[in-house]
Ligand binder design. Structure first.
Ligand SMILES: Nc1ncnc2c1ncn2[C@@H]1O[C@H](COP(=O)(O)OP(=O)(O)O)[C@@H](O)[C@H]1O
Ligand SMILES: [Mg+2]
Length: 250
């Protein structure tokens, strides 16, 4: 179980997350929905401990540790992985260099280069990425769709146990969305990680079938249920839950 207890988060003295409580059963797929500006991306960044956000109270318990007290590197080593809404580019560092370093740090031993290359190639093939991507600089000069696939290459190599997908579907065409969703579905079947999907679209949820769906408004969870909740929102909008107000900018 990943437990978020009484979490309150401020940025520039403004409360963005307000006493939020959320329990995520491990090895299940969860979806978080809500209008723009309600704090969904902030929640992801806080789980990864972005120092820009000030946690004024609460804890985020994962594997018995409070992530609020760990730095981003330590959180990543715990097996938490975020596919962000807009993955950043890192000039001068190739995918292979970054992943080799991360994996050898994680296992505390040098990695087998032959096996590493073989696995990189297999994953590139699965994602319909050319093998050139192995030595490309991280996300540099890549299209939106390629960046998302490139992040998936990282995910398959690092084998995280808790995955945050923040609007992974944004900027993807139908075919790319299908490849990306199928790849995550396959990863889920193989490794049974806990997944939190943030999305506005039911399409991704139809492909990945979350067991639980939560609705966020103004930095709080205001409704939860099964995937029928997402279908209702797709059909009727957030009004259906009397939570039609906008986010924090309202
Ligand atoms: N670094 C920041 N500085 C100032 N305001 C921020 C910052 N990050 C988020 N916010 C504000 O917090 C609110 C929630 O943003 P966000 O978490 O991105 O919403 P969502 O992902 O649900 O659309 C918005 O009003 C946004 O402007
Ligand atoms: Mg967002």
């Amino acid at each position: 179980m990943l437990q978020i207890k009484n979490l309150t988060v401020k940025v520039n003295d403004k409360i963005i997350i307000n006493n939020l409580n959320l329990d995520l059963a491990t090895c299940e797929i969860h979806a978080l929905m809500g209008q723009n500006g309600t704090g969904k991306s902030t929640l992801c960044r806080v789980i990864m401990h972005d120092p820009e956000y000030e946690v004024t109270s609460g804890e985020i318990l994962f594997n018995g540790k409070d992530l609020v007290k760990l730095n981003t590197t330590e959180i990543a080593r715990e097996g938490v992985f975020m596919l962000s809404q807009s993955p950043i580019a890192i000039e001068g560092v190739s995918n292979a260099e970054m992943l080799r370093t991360a994996l050898s740090e994680k296992s505390n031993s040098p990695i087998n280069i032959f096996k590493f290359n073989q696995k990189m190639e297999e994953i590139c093939d699965k994602l319909a990425l050319s093998h050139d991507f192995i030595h490309r600089e991280v996300n540099v000069g890549m299209s939106g769709g390629e960046r998302k696939k490139n992040e998936l290459l990282h995910l398959w190599m690092l084998e995280p146990s808790f995955i945050l997908l923040d609007e992974m579907d944004s900027g993807l065409d139908v075919d790319a969305l299908k490849i990306v969703a199928e790849s995550i579905g396959e990863y889920y079947q193989k490794y049974k990680p806990t997944i939190l999907i943030i999305t506005h679209h039911n399409k991704l949820l139809e492909l990945l079938e979350p067991k639980y769906v939560y609705i966020m408004k103004k930095g709080e969870i205001v409704a939860s249920g099964d995937k029928s909740l997402a279908e209702k929102i797709e059909d009727e909008g957030f009004k259906a839950f009397n939570i039609s107000g906008l986010g924090n900018n309202e």
